[in-house]
Design a protein around this ligand. Structure first.
Ligand code: FMN
Length: 179
């Protein structure tokens, strides 16, 4: 059957939806992002793409650092809230009832409720068009012991075409095709 030929768009799916923090314990932003990617292993690097009009954007430019906080499904509501209002006019920490704690390698606060916090220092900024891409080198990773096994233990939020989903069944470990 012929596939639909669509106009060009960011059709890549699924992607993670995460909370990105920037700033300091005294003054910070917490914003939901889905245009996030793993881009290099050595050194470990992650990219995030942020529209310049986001409140988050200037905290990243000013501080030169950000934290990617991986969200589990228990906190999907807070994730959606932080992507629906701006820190410019709302205290999102209070609204979402999320807690912040000091990072160890940067000044940026971590979201306590998130099982994985990845501290990054901005190494490059690319002005792509609608979004600026910040390329961050990972300088510290905080992981709750209970999610070390990943998968169901982590229970991450997956973002699929405007909807939040949780993981389904395990297909197999990497390399299972050769066994
Ligand atoms: C699931 C989801 C994913 C989003 N992904 C991005 C993104 O990758 N980049 C971006 O600039 N905005 C993204 N947004 C929009 C911002 O989160 C939203 O505009 C937010 O209110 C901005 O907050 P701020 O002004 O406090 O930074 C996303 C929103 C949602 C709900």
């Amino acid at each position: 059957m012929a596939k639909l030929l669509k106009t060009p768009s960011t059709a890549l799916t699924p992607v993670p939806a995460v909370l990105v923090t920037a700033g300091t314990m005294e003054s910070s932003a917490v914003t939901t992002l889905a245009w996030v990617g793993t881009i290099c292993s050595e050194p470990p690097m992650i990219s995030i793409s942020v529209r310049p009009e986001r409140w988050l954007h200037h905290f990243i430019v000013e501080g030169g650092a950000f934290v990617v906080n991986v969200v589990d499904t228990a906190h999907a509501r807070a994730l959606d809230l932080c992507g629906s209002v701006s820190g410019r006019d709302t205290d999102k920490w209070e609204l979402s009832a999320l807690t912040r704690e000091q990072g160890t390698a940067t000044a940026v606060p971590l979201v306590t409720e998130c099982p994985i916090n990845i501290e990054c220092v901005v190494r490059q900024t690319l002005h792509l068009g609608s979004h600026d891409m910040f390329i961050g080198e990972v300088v510290a990773v905080h992981l709750e012991r209970r999610v070390q096994a990943g998968g169901r233990a982590l229970d991450p939020v997956c973002y699929v075409s405007g909807q939040y989903w949780k993981l389904g069944d395990l297909i197999g470990p990497m390399g299972f095709s050769r066994k």
